[in-house]
Ligand binder design. Structure first.
Ligand SMILES: [Zn+2]
Length: 690
């Protein structure tokens, strides 16, 4: 439903992978053999020893990545996150193959994940049903005879997660973090972002042309004749362009004030006189309420006009298009599935081939039954000792942040006290939730892939909507436990480290501290720093949007941050320059995170009496190992299409800059590798916020 229901900020990254031709372990349903193996925390084979670490440290640490870990045909990139994610998928695959065996000894949990997965894997059953599975949904659209019937249909679309016009759901109140409120936000675009509809240049013109062709192809596959499909696709493009025009751009969306407009229901109704909101609310079955957050008021005024200016036949074609676009490809007939991949996978992200079916079905089971599948994953993959070590590391890094705040020369005593108060209120979610979600009311029927997917989607939407008006559950998890990612949530003021990312390559409780603090310690520092980046700093320790800064300190922060904006705006990929403002929060977190992780490591090393001068068996001192671990987090290779997509839409900088862009700001790095003033990795004037 609502994109905003995701924690407001800040997934740590994208993702990882090794293609070591290792064990072969065929599965009962003929899944691919296991080909992804753990990567060592310091992998010397990845390093380009001919490169000078003081000229380009990323090249030095990761120069052989592309050779050793080429991009697979079913992916737009290869990196450490991808590798670990593929490894985790293999683990989940084994779990699901076991659960899919239809016998009476399975518990309720195993029945749900096993039957969901088995139905998804049954490609021939999906194909046999063809468009028949989709027909009841298409019939709903056919029955529309007037635009004033739209709210009920859009309500249904909210429940099954179809992106038509808008998003409606619940949200933690930015200004009262104890409660869940109703919210509506802009939506309805088929291209990744507003600017895709307007940017000039040959590449963008080409993407728009391909997009219209894609919409044409989808409508044809749904039964329209060639001429009608082409005419409808052009009209849909016009409709979406009009919606894009009144949409808020992604950079502006990063300021929480720009997406927070609480208003009485009457006021929203006045913005969109021809859209009967009460019909939408009641058709979703959500609790009643009197106020709502209208994230982008201008959009809704604009949407009213777009609907008024568009004929009903075009709206119906648009609804058919968005329906197919939003439903997962694995439950659709093959021709539609392939057409969707061809545009979004191949043309937009540059991926040559679709993932094999078992990977997609594993991914989808993880997405719709996250805590049913995740529970089994945790039992198998995340021992108590690992959790204890991760928790201890986070505490060390929080202590480093406390000391860092105390030592800042640009912040007043008053703001420092508030910053520390916030820091001490950060909640740490590590590994897995304390209580697991109950799926007993969700029906999973073996052999009904389409129905299972819609029911599971609706189950989750209703769970989200039921929150409206209720207190916030601070123990809720927003990601599945096998997820290879981490995030900070400003409304919760918590950091989240699912067990999926607390694994080899990034974290291994049996390995030395230098590598652990360099790898996962960086992520921990990164997420904690998000609480204090340009966006996170606007929230207080309780998660309320509440300015706790003095004017002078706020000005100093902005000035310090500008140094980072300017630094990253100089970087480019291909002919696309990075957006220093869009990436500011992530770059601040990368820089702060690396400092905190290093400080925490040095404190721990001092406590443990570690000799920082002595080289390990690898030939590197502990500090050098720390920086190598840090840089190897970002070893990657991306397809040019993905680089472009990320440079224009992603708040994270491309990996090379996530390594080198930070290290040039750390004199400790230059010292550890004996770099000299004037060398590229040594900057005369460093940027530093935290
Ligand atoms: Zn981040």
């Amino acid at each position: 439903m609502l994109p905003m229901m995701k924690p407001l900020a800040v997934l740590l990254i994208l993702s990882c992978a090794v293609v070591v031709p290792a064990q072969t372990n065929s599965s009962p349903t003929g899944g691919a053999p296991l080909t992804y193996s753990p990567i060592p925390m310091l992998d010397k084979s990845l390093m380009d020893l001919k490169a000078d670490p003081c000229v380009d440290f990323y090249q030095f640490a990761c120069g052989n990545w592309s050779k050793l870990h080429p991009i697979q045909s079913d992916s737009p990139y290869s990196d450490q996150f991808y590798n670990l994610d593929q490894y985790n998928r293999q683990v989940l695959h084994t779990i699901l193959e076991k659960a899919a065996v239809n016998d009476s000894s399975r518990d309720a949990n195993a029945q749900k994940i096993g039957d969901y997965y088995a139905s998804c894997m049954d490609e021939s059953a999906v194909e046999k049903k063809g468009l028949g599975a989709l027909q009841p949904e298409l019939d709903r659209i056919d029955k529309l005879t007037a635009k004033d019937q739209l709210p009920e249909l859009v309500a249904h679309y909210q429940l099954i997660n179809v992106n038509a016009f808008l998003g409606y759901g619940s949200q933690q109140d930015f200004k009262d973090a104890t409660r869940e409120i109703a919210a509506v936000s802009q939506g309805g675009l088929g291209l990744p972002e507003k600017d895709y509809y307007f940017r000039s240049g040959a590449k963008d013109e080409e993407i728009r042309k391909q997009y219209v062709q894609h919409v044409t192809n989808v409508l044809k596959l749904l039964g329209s004749g060639e001429a009608q499909a082409a005419k409808d696709a052009a009209a849909i493009m016009k409709l979406e362009t009009a919606l894009a025009k009144v949409s808020l751009d992604i950079t502006s969306q990063r300021d929480p004030h720009n997406v927070y407009h609480m208003m009485p229901l009457k006021q929203l109704q006045a913005l969109t006189p021809s859209f009967a909101w009460d019909k939408l609310y009641s058709a979703t079955g959500s609790p009643t309420f009197t106020e709502i957050n209208v994230a982008e008021p201008e959009f809704f005024g604009g949407m009213n006009k777009v609907v008024a200016d568009t004929d009903l036949a075009t709206i119906k074609a648009y609804l058919r298009w968005q329906l197919v676009s939003s439903i997962t490809g694995t439950v659709l007939p093959k021709a539609l599935d392939e057409e969707k991949f061809d545009f979004y996978g191949r043309k937009l992200a540059g991926t040559p081939e679709r993932k094999v079916r078992w990977k997609r079905c594993v991914g989808r089971t993880d997405a719709v039954l996250p805590e049913a599948l995740g529970k089994v994953y945790v039992e198998e993959q995340f021992p108590a000792a690992a959790k204890a070590k991760a928790v201890q590391m986070i505490k060390d890094i929080e202590a480093a942040m406390d000391a860092d705040i105390g030592a800042l020369d640009w912040m007043s005593t008053e703001t420092k006290a508030r910053a520390k108060e916030k820091l001490h209120l950060v909640a740490n979610k590590v590994g897995y939730p304390d209580t697991w979600r109950d799926y007993s009311k969700l029906e999973v029927v073996r052999g009904d892939a389409f129905g299972n997917d819609l029911r599971a989607t609706e189950f989750e939407s209703r769970r989200q909507l039921a929150k409206i008006g209720n207190p916030v559950d601070r123990n809720e998890w927003f990601t599945s436990t096998p997820t290879v990612n981490a995030f900070y949530n400003p409304s919760m003021n918590d950091i989240n480290f699912p067990s999926g990312v607390l694994q080899h390559a990034f974290f291994d409780a049996t390995q030395g501290d230098a590598l652990n603090y360099g790898h996962i310690g960086l992520f921990m520092g990164h997420e904690i720093t998000h609480g204090f980046d340009d966006e996170g700093r606007q929230f207080d320790g309780h998660g309320n949007l509440n300015d706790w800064w003095t004017k002078a300190d706020s000005d100093s922060f902005t000035e310090k941050a500008q140094c980072i904006v300017d630094e990253y705006a100089q970087f480019s990929v291909g002919d696309t320059k990075l957006n220093g403002k869009l990436t500011l929060g992530e770059n601040t977190a990368d820089n702060g995170g690396a400092r905190l992780a290093l400080a925490a490591f040095l404190t721990r090393a001092a406590q443990d009496g570690t000799n920082l001068k002595r080289a390990s068996v690898d030939g590197y001192t502990p500090e050098q190992e720390f920086f190598l671990g840090f840089a190897q987090d970002w070893c990657s290779q991306w397809r040019p299409e993905l680089e472009r997509l990320v440079a224009t839409t992603d708040p994270h900088s491309p990996d090379r800059f996530r390594a080198n862009g930070v290290l040039v700001n750390m004199p400790e790095f230059g010292k550890a590798f004996g770099c000299k003033a004037g060398q590229p990795m040594v900057k005369a004037k460093v940027c530093r916020v935290w």
